[in-house]
Design a protein around this ligand. Structure first.
Ligand SMILES: CC(C)(COP(=O)(O)OP(=O)(O)OC[C@H]1O[C@@H](n2cnc3c(N)ncnc32)[C@H](O)[C@@H]1OP(=O)(O)O)[C@@H](O)C(=O)NCCC(=O)NCCS
Length: 382
């Protein structure tokens, strides 16, 4: 059988460890065990069903993995799919194998009811062919020592004397930190105990701020090769987060902090204190169920009660007070999720200009709710 005929398969539980070792060889320069430590939740031994492989000549040739997560935005939870660890053995590249593995992951997500597939890659060209495009926004704020000090002074002025003590994370802190994470405006619903596995990852440093002996904030820097000088997850009291950032900066001239579009307290303090802002697209996504995503956007807004959408492969049909209209799924993705890279007009009303099926009142109500703030914190990405 030629390579072109090889089908995509799932793996047996017994094969999982050797598959991950093969991925370490290809994606982590042969450092066995690295991926397992970087992605303890995604690569959990109890989830062999997340892997899709193609075999050629009796050995592993290509792989992609898929994980469904519940993303909480305000009061709404949505199932989204993450795709990662896409890899083809160098001797089998250019024959469509990785594309087939990614398509198989997308099929799984569609079947399981995910509204979109999300991934991160420095090869957007490869994924564009598979229907993925840039979505959302991710703001990196870079602060030097003086900026952090100004931000801390401003935060303390708002909340009284700091009285904070910053320490490395201890096991007893973790239940408190999980509570702080779960109160964030946008977060993945993690199983209890997940943070213990995540903070034990390679190159991870977590600082915890205490007040009166109780943890009030935390910040996490580093994850394997990623986020070396960047705080990629933080939560809790704003002055506490900034104190943790100061600790994590250490001897570095500056530290980065990633923020969701919710721009919670500490991010606003840093911005006002003069942190340099680097906005970028959040990730690459392919829309799978525009109707369900639109329902999450609309929530209970009575002004949008008559609006709906239905997706059929790469076309989306909208039904509004002004009639019905079909647009390409790519265009719908950018309308619903925005993109820092897309050349979208700054005026939200104009962004909806192509949706002629909307009445004027629907247009202005929808413009206020878009883009839907898709965001996943660093520990949750694959
Ligand atoms: C990227 C990678 C997974 C592609 O695997 P593959 O099995 O060769 O991919 P496919 O054969 O399905 O697709 C290859 C096609 O994509 C195109 N392509 C590959 N990388 C591309 C890129 N960065 N931009 C645009 N097109 C790209 C190729 O030109 C080829 O097109 P063709 O079919 O018209 O000739 C593989 O090169 C790899 O494992 N790289 C190292 C790990 C990695 O970078 N993973 C992705 C990070 S998320």
């Amino acid at each position: 059988m030629g390579v072109a005929d090889q089908g995509v398969e799932c793996i047996e539980a017994a094969e999982r460890a050797s598959l991950v070792a093969w991925l370490d060889d290809g994606l982590r320069r042969g450092h066995r065990g690295t991926l397992q430590r970087e992605y303890p939740l995604s690569l959990h031994p109890l989830h062999p069903e997340r892997h899709r492989v193609v075999r050629c000549e009796g050995r592993l040739a290509a792989h992609a993995m898929v994980q469904c997560v519940s993303l909480r935005v305000g009061e709404v939870s949505l199932e989204i799919g993450l795709i990662g660890l896409v890899y083809t053995d160098p001797s089998f590249r250019g024959q469509g194998l990785a594309s087939r593995c990614v398509e198989a992951c997308v099929e799984t997500l569609r079947r399981e009811g995910s509204v979109l597939a999300l991934l991160w890659s420095d090869q957007p060209g490869f994924y564009r062919r598979l229907g993925f495009g840039p979505v959302g926004r991710d703001d990196l704020l870079v602060a030097d020592a003086a900026c952090l000090a100004r931000a801390r002074t401003a935060a303390a002025a708002g909340s009284g004397p700091e009285g904070l003590q910053v320490e490395p994370c201890r096991a007893g802190d973790l239940p408190y930190l999980e509570g702080m994470y779960a109160r964030k405006a946008i977060h993945v619903e993690r199983p209890p105990g997940a943070l213990a596995a995540l903070v034990a990852g390679p190159e991870v440093e977590v600082a915890v701020a205490h007040r009166g002996g109780a943890p009030v904030a935390y910040a996490a820097r580093g994850r394997g090769d990623d986020f070396r000088d960047i705080v990629h997850e933080w939560a809790g009291d704003r002055a506490g987060v900034l104190a943790c950032c100061e600790r994590l900066r250490g001897e570095r001239p500056a530290l980065g902090l990633l923020t969701s579009p919710a721009f919670e307290g500490a991010a606003m303090d840093l911005l006002r204190a003069g942190a340099v802002r680097h906005p970028r697209a959040f990730g690459l996504a392919r829309l799978l169920d525009a109707g369900a995503l639109l329902r999450a956007v609309i929530d209970t807004d009575p002004a949008l009660a008559g609006l709906g959408a239905h997706q059929q492969d790469d076309r989306v049909t909208f039904e509004g007070d002004g009639g019905s209209q079909t647009i390409p799924a790519d265009e719908c993705r950018t309308i619903l999720l925005g993109s820092q890279l897309a050349e979208t007009p700054p005026d939200p009303d104009d962004r909806l200009g192509s949706l002629t099926c909307l009445s004027d009142s629907e247009r202005s109500a929808l413009a206020k709710r878009l883009p839907w703030p898709l965001y996943v914190w660093g520990f949750d990405s694959i």
